[in-house]
Ligand binder design. Structure first.
Ligand code: J2J
Length: 566
């Protein structure tokens, strides 16, 4: 096992004091936050949706009030404690969208265990990597056969990791909430808080650009600040009904302002299994949904769906938030007319910084920018390749630090040295311009990551995996423009040549290799969204003068010519 190096990089004490003095960090952990919400909004509906059922299939429709949710959190905390889990334990949370996700998540937070927020699409490769890095004590998953298979693979690699299954009473270790009364808050020791709000509450996941996915430690103080400030900035109220259609534990869906922001305002969260327009249209009508968060690829589907276009008279939908990937201004402009709701652009990242277009902004801001930071204490630098600030309007690298942006990834000292400046700015990897009024426009990316419809793929992770295939000598994963997803992936492979057979050997057929490599990556346990959409074969990969694979050259070679693109 790797030695424990740096688990958490704190903010400098002077800044931490300033963030407390400004009222951003309130010293309140999630458990107390939930207790206060239950006191304030007790009988109001907090969660609606299909519970998780046996086999990972949707179970019965449930309505949970704030009081129910608080009780469920205590019940899960007690049940987890009965399984031997303790405050500080890291636990992988791997559940499909359902009210259960939030109940279990809040139960873990009440216990003081630290959830690692896996995506439901993750499989054995990702879950095992999290378990390995974090020495996870447990994996909480659903009964779907794919999830159970992935869980067994995690357990094979880490026999000590407990697998607990939600929604499936026949599972080996089913997880159901105990009686809330079974939970007693750990006695506060004088001078020591059992759950300091400055401690790590949970781990978000980085979209990443390296071979192993990085964990993002978020504290109670910093995460709750971003949630509260987001809810206020977006004007959420107890009448807000938020549809969680994207993966529930993704930073956008959970906190911008998302499900937690909605709970903070006393509103109602409705869970959808995914963003499919037919299912979501039915939920909007059934539950009176007012707000939804979408990635651009999902928005494109909604804009063309007969359920939404033309906009329904009397529809309750008021705000469609779009973020996670670039949104073309001409698509943005279609939202009010076609969906009958306002557009709000959101440009955020699990590492922290979130930018919003403020509600009611002028058209050029609403449709043509990705907003400005939440906090007056968010520091923004836009710099050239030598870290020198560029003037407004000139594209540059976006660097940021502030009251809810991390100072370091979990146990990744070498990567941290590259991903942060010596004075603590996070290098986002995004290329942006700033308007004189402070609004940011995302222009591109300077990180070896592919944004496939909002789902982030670290090229290196898949390149490494492909090298394990017997026919692959070198591999480069690139993104190519796609009208629906924004980008799709292409693996360019330099095949392994048998030295006995000489160079006269024909190159393998790209079509056959596509199927073979996709199957191989599935067998290796990668999430389906990471499988290359296309595979190309070259006798040698082009190199830069420094010997790195020349990805711009590969993109130019395989991208559709502009005249042919839609
Ligand atoms: C272009 N690129 C964007 C946007 C994110 C709110 C919203 C999104 C995320 C998210 C999030 C973009 N236009 N509007 O965590 O709280 C790309 C950038 C960014 C990366 C972060 C939130 N909004 N992006 O997408 O951690 O490249 O968070 O650095 O998944 O997505 O990805 P992620």
């Amino acid at each position: 096992d790797a030695p424990i190096t740096s688990e958490f990089t704190p903010w400098p004490p002077g800044l931490a004091r300033a963030y407390r003095a400004a009222g951003y960090w309130r010293g309140e952990p999630f458990s107390a936050w939930l207790r206060a919400l239950a006191g304030q909004f007790g009988p109001r509906p907090a969660l609606l949706g299909h519970a998780l059922g046996p086999g990972g299939q949707p179970g019965g429709w449930v309505t949970r009030t704030y009081a129910d949710l608080d009780a469920a959190a205590s019940g899960y905390a007690a049940a987890l404690a009965a399984r031997g889990l303790r405050a500080g334990d890291r636990v992988i949370l791997h559940l499909p969208n359902s009210p259960d996700v939030f109940e279990v998540l809040l139960g873990l937070l009440r216990l003081g265990a630290r959830p690692i927020l896996a995506l439901a699409a993750h499989r054995a490769a990702e879950l095992t990597a999290f378990a390995t890095q974090a020495h996870a004590r447990a994996l909480i998953t659903g009964g779907h056969p794919d999830a159970q298979r992935a869980a067994r693979a995690v357990q094979t690699a880490h026999p000590d990791t407990l697998v607990l299954t939600v929604g499936d009473p026949d599972a080996a270790l089913p997880l159901t909430p105990a009686d809330a009364a079974a939970w007693t808050e750990p006695a506060a020791q004088p001078g020591v808080s059992s759950q300091g709000a400055g401690d790590v509450a949970l781990y978000q996941l980085s979209g990443g650009s390296t071979g192993t996915p990085k964990l993002i430690p978020r504290t109670h103080d910093d995460y709750l600040y971003s949630i509260r400030a987001s809810a206020e900035l977006c004007g959420l109220t107890p009448d807000t009904v938020f549809l969680a259609a994207l993966p529930a534990t993704h930073n956008f869906t959970l906190t911008s302002p998302g499900a937690f922001g909605t709970l903070h305002a006393g509103g109602t969260v409705v869970t959808a299994p995914g963003p499919a327009p037919d299912v979501c249209a039915a939920l909007i009508e059934r539950c009176g949904v007012t707000h939804v968060a979408l990635v651009p690829s999902a928005l494109l589907l909604w804009l063309r769906a007969p359920q939404f276009t033309p906009a329904r008279p009397g529809s309750t939908l008021r705000v469609v938030q779009v973020g996670g990937a670039p949104l073309a201004p001409d698509v943005a402009r279609q939202v009010p007319q076609r969906l009958g709701a306002a557009l709000q652009q959101v440009f955020g990242m699990a590492e922290g910084l979130v930018n919003y277009v403020r509600p009611g902004s002028a058209g050029d801001v609403t449709y043509g920018t990705q907003g400005r930071p939440i906090s007056p204490h968010d520091e923004i630098l836009i710099v050239d390749d030598e870290d020198r600030p560029v003037p407004d309007g000139t594209p540059g690298h976006l660097l940021t630090r502030g009251p809810y942006t991390i100072r370091g990834y979990f146990r990744a000292p070498e990567h941290n040295a590259r991903a942060f400046t010596p004075d603590g700015y996070y290098r986002t990897g995004d290329i942006v311009t700033r308007r004189p009024d402070g609004h940011l426009i995302v222009q591109g990316r300077h990180k070896d990551q592919i944004n496939r419809g909002g789902e982030k793929i670290a090229a290196e992770e898949i390149e490494h995996a492909l090298l394990g295939h017997p026919r692959v000598f070198q591999a480069a994963l690139i993104g190519l423009p796609d009208p629906w997803l924004g980008e799709r992936t292409c693996a360019v492979v330099q095949p392994r040549v048998d030295p006995d057979e000489h160079a006269s050997q024909a190159l393998p057929d790209a079509c056959a290799l596509t199927l073979e490599l996709r199957r191989y990556l599935l067998e290796q346990g990668f999430a389906a969204f990471k499988l290359p959409d296309r595979v190309e074969v070259l006798p040698t990969l082009p190199r830069t003068p420094f010997g790195k694979v020349d990805k711009p050259a590969l993109r130019a070679r395989y991208a559709p010519t502009p005249a042919l693109s839609p």
